[in-house]
Design a protein around this ligand. Structure first.
Ligand SMILES: Nc1nc2c(c(=O)[nH]1)N[C@H]1C(S)=C(S)[C@@H](COP(=O)(O)OP(=O)(O)OC[C@H]3O[C@@H](n4cnc5c(=O)[nH]c(N)nc54)[C@H](O)[C@@H]3O)O[C@H]1N2
Ligand SMILES: Nc1nc2c(c(=O)[nH]1)N[C@H]1C(S)=C(S)[C@@H](COP(=O)(O)OP(=O)(O)OC[C@H]3O[C@@H](n4cnc5c(=O)[nH]c(N)nc54)[C@H](O)[C@@H]3O)O[C@H]1N2
Ligand SMILES: [Mo]
Length: 817
């Protein structure tokens, strides 16, 4: 193995092959800033990556109270030492000279620096005024999937029981609301059934709308290392773009966007027709098989082939592979969650696992993936609006139990209506019923759909907005109060990845200037607001991260996400531990549902389910009738076409997504030289056939327009399916020198074009299906598109653009363990 690799040019590093049921070899990746040596590092502080949901464990190298590099943790179950490009280089964003260092308050059209007292008193005064005049419904909180568990729990207590508003949600609504909902629909409760270790044991891995190579590169290294072994798993990839996953797949199905449900119904049809059903498992652990079989009885591959524009023989081949698997692992992400019929389709993947009896055993399971690093915690702490600890808001016993934990009257916790989803919170702000919106750890002025509308909402004088961030983002610029936050490595806390692995992270260095941890900001707010419990004691009775964690442990006791077997001390010593972890089971739980379905019984479940077509919540009585014994529910649904279809004026299907080198709205990765240089500007992807049809060529400046707005970028010709155009959604307008204006003219943000529409069940916005047209603005004159060549945006003609390289500054170490 090469000791050093350019990890921009070779994002996945070198292969360490292994065989089925073997142990994934250790490979320790590390990067220190130029001039730094391991000897000069003063201390290594254990933590995990927060630039995706994988939870890659790493140590932060510190010298002179600065971060000087990172090193993967060899012993951790998640990554066995490996790091991805964002893990290796992303920490440099902490040091950006334009970090916020003091609070800012609005004075006319300017934001002026002030001290913490002034900023917090402004927020408190507005809160009290609104509570007096309008009541708790005038306040909304919109948080993140990137903070720490202790922070979400504190915010959740403040919003639910302090203020008493139902308007609390996370950007997890844009991200993993469908994952949570699909788990609730099928298993009665949130909680990831499978484990990353299932990659070691599976003989078939099916990825549905999941570009794992770019969005969880370390997990993809695990797959690549299995593929390099002597008995590689077969991959099935469902994605309209030629991702690295697709290029490594035995069968790649590239459907029309928005047709996942039709495709999955056809796969289920074939598995049932060929009787690859585990009837004993189905009889013991599920309800709804007859309805499912009936629903897909005439959903043949030929039927789906028309809808999806995928050959029937490929569908049959895919069904043969998943139907014949000895151990099947499926993963699902945004190509399903943000696409048409999101929850209905995600549930069909659960159904596939269930009817094949592929659950709760090594190599057998489903990963309804998370996206953000701490989205799991947003959900379990109830900062997504649900009740903490996966309690059921429709179940009075669950509400009473939570009221007991918080020592408040049950009536103080809003529960007579479903929690307000993010898109509805913004609509209420638009219509004027929400008058104060506190945004933490999110940049909705770039990440929400239909940005012209979002800017108008946030720009209203009558809406008081608080933005808590590291930088003066597009959103912060529209705020009334801006609070400077400390971030990862500058504060202490815990967080949980996609496969329930909990990592602890100690403060490694001081935050810049007066920046404070989000936890401290909310503790300060709770103190100033003087929230009390029913005995007159402080409602928020904790004072730092560890005492917040202890409070959360009590809230999680006896719940599916039980943390009572963990402690800061244990987490500091140990590598990651998967919840539930109880005193009786302190080393945690590799897989859920190893012995039947445990949280679906009517008295235990987090949700009574929803209608997959309308999203209407079912009643307790209906659920008791459907599932009295608490089995998995096989929920079926009929395909209907996407709502915004291409037409003569907007003939292309528009989809959006990610690239390997950037994270979201680039507030961090745009400030990291190696990552920014790898993908410095927005681009537009089109197939060669479509490019000819439109009279455009590689590198041409083109405009992509929808009914909402437009984006300009340079064209990259790839093997994406015909009829589709792809835009990465990372590029906002914070570097206004690039010529992009906040009015959306010549915009760079994909969300200028996306549609205000959401899945009826999960309420997750649909970023993956809209209609658009493409026009030439200016020919290339020979300059290629800035899109990376190492990823899904690789050019069809390999000579069309110079290969993406990082050069000397991107060379990282890799060492066999
Ligand atoms: N590098 C990087 N990694 C990240 C992030 C990042 O910003 N950058 N963000 C993190 C977060 S928060 C998330 S949520 C995850 C997201 O991770 P992914 O879901 O893997 O990423 P996306 O690019 O959003 O979408 C995945 C794929 O969906 C496909 N797709 C589009 N429409 C459809 C459709 O209708 N059907 C199907 N089957 N596929 C479709 C797209 O072609 C795309 O390749 O990544 C996490 N990791
Ligand atoms: N078109 C399109 N749009 C999309 C998507 C898509 O695929 N296509 N994907 C959606 C998905 S899955 C997601 S997750 C969202 C992401 O959308 P956003 O939530 O807007 O994503 P970020 O850019 O990560 O914003 C996080 C903000 O938090 C700040 N931050 C980072 N760490 C901390 C901290 O410790 N404390 C505080 N207070 N702030 C911090 C960052 O500087 C940044 O401004 O975008 C969604 N939007
Ligand atoms: Mo996400």
């Amino acid at each position: 193995m090469q000791p050093e690799v350019d990890r921009i040019a070779q994002p996945w590093g070198e292969r360490t092959p292994y065989d089925r049921d073997g142990t994934w070899p250790v490979r320790v990746d590390s990067y220190l800033e130029p001039g730094m040596t391991a000897d000069a590092v003063e201390r290594w502080v254990p933590t995990a990556s927060i630039l995706h949901s994988n939870g890659d464990a790493l140590d932060v190298a510190v010298a002179g109270d600065r971060i000087v590099g990172v090193r993967g943790r060899a012993g951790d179950r998640v990554n066995h030492g490996r790091l991805g490009p964002k893990d290796l280089f992303g920490w440099q964003a902490n040091h950006s000279r334009d970090r916020l260092t003091t609070p800012l308050v609005r004075s006319g059209d300017r934001l002026v620096p002030c001290d913490w007292d002034t900023a917090m008193e402004r927020i408190v005064a507005r809160t009290r005024e609104l509570l007096d005049d309008q009541g708790p419904d005038a306040l909304g909180f919109y948080t993140s999937g990137q903070l720490y568990l202790e922070e979400y729990y504190t915010l959740s207590v403040i919003a639910h029981a302090g203020i008493g508003t139902n308007h609390l949600d996370g950007n997890t609504r844009l991200c993993t609301a469908t994952a949570a909902e699909a788990l609730k629909q099928s298993f009665g409760c949130d909680g990831q059934p499978a484990s990353y270790a299932d990659i070691d044991h599976a003989d078939v891995i099916a990825l549905f709308g999941h570009n794992m190579a770019e969005t969880q590169p370390v997990l993809w290294m695990r797959v690549l290392d299995r593929l390099a072994g002597t008995d590689p798993p077969r991959l099935v990839c469902v994605d309209p773009r030629p991702t690295q996953v697709a290029r490594h797949a035995t069968v790649h199905l590239a459907p029309r966007a928005g047709t996942n449900l039709a495709l999955l119904n056809a796969l289920l049809h074939e598995v049932i027709r060929t009787d690859r059903v585990d009837h004993a498992f189905v009889a013991a652990h599920t309800v709804g098989f007859a309805e499912l079989a009936e629903r897909v009885a005439d959903r043949t591959p030929e039927w789906a082939a028309d809808i999806c524009d995928v050959p029937a023989r490929s569908l049959r081949e895919a069904a043969e592979i998943v139907g014949g698997a000895e151990r099947l692992l499926s993963t699902v992400l945004q190509g399903v969650y943000q696409s048409h019929q999101a929850t209905a389709a995600a549930c069909q993947v659960n159904n596939l696992q269930l009817i094949r009896g592929m659950l709760g055993r090594p190599g057998c399971g489903v990963l309804q993936m998370n996206g953000q690093p701490t989205a799991q915690n947003t959900r379990e702490c109830g900062a997504n609006g649900d009740l903490p600890g996966f309690r059921n808001w429709q179940n009075p016993a669950h509400v009473a139990d939570l009221a007991r934990v918080w020592n408040v009257a049950p009536s103080r916790i809003p529960h007579d209506a479903p929690p307000t989803p993010a898109m509805e919170i913004f609509r209420k702000a638009e219509q004027g019923s929400i008058r104060m919106l506190w945004i933490s750890g999110s940049n909705p002025a770039v990440s929400l759909p239909e940005l012209r509308r979002v800017r108008a909402i946030l720009g209203q004088p009558r809406l008081f907005t608080v933005v808590q961030d590291l930088y003066l983002t597009e959103t912060a610029r529209l705020a009334d109060v801006v609070l400077p936050a400390a971030t990862w490595a500058e504060k202490t806390g815990t967080f949980t990845n996609s496969d329930r692995t909990v990592h602890h992270s100690d403060k490694a260095v001081d935050p810049p200037g007066d920046a404070r941890p989000d936890l401290d900001i909310w503790l300060d707010y709770a103190r100033r607001m003087d929230f009390r419990d029913r005995d007159g004691q402080p409602l928020v009775g904790w004072h730092d991260a560890e005492s917040a964690f202890t409070a959360w442990q009590e809230c999680s006791r006896g719940r599916p996400c039980d943390y009572t077997g963990l402690s800061y001390e244990r987490l500091r010593d140990a590598d990651g531990i998967q919840w539930p972890a109880t005193p009786a089971n302190p080393d945690g739980t590799e897989r859920l549902y190893t012995d039947g379905i445990t949280w679906a019984a009517p008295d235990a479940c987090e949700s009574y389910g929803k209608d997959l077509a309308t999203g209407d919540p079912a009643s307790e009585a209906a659920y008791r009738q459907l599932n009295p014994e608490g089995r998995a529910v096989l929920r079926s649904a009929a395909y209907v076409p996407p709502r915004e279809a291409p037409d003569a004026a907007y003939p292309l299907q528009l989809t959006t997504g990610r690239t390997l080198y950037h994270f979201h709205t680039r507030t961090k990765t745009g400030r990291v030289p190696q990552l920014n240089a790898a993908a410095p500007e927005v681009w537009v992807e089109l197939s060669a056939t479509e490019a000819r049809r439109h009279g455009v060529a590689e590198g041409d400046l083109v405009e992509v327009a929808s009914l909402r707005g437009s984006v300009r970028g340079r064209l990259r010709i790839t093997d994406i399916r015909d009829g589709m155009v792809f835009l990465p959604f990372h590029y906002g307008y914070w570097d206004t020198h690039q010529g992009a204006g906040p009015d959306g003219t010549a915009g760079r943000a994909a969300n200028e074009t996306t549609v205000t529409d959401w899945d009826p069940v999960s309420k997750q916005p649909l970023y993956k299906t809209a209609a658009a047209r493409l026009t030439l603005v200016e020919p290339a004159h020979g300059a290629p598109s800035p899109a990376p060549t190492t990823t899904a945006s690789a050019p069809t003609d390999p000579h069309a653009a110079p290969p993406t390289r990082g050069g000397p500054s991107a060379v990282a170490e890799q060492r066999l363990g």
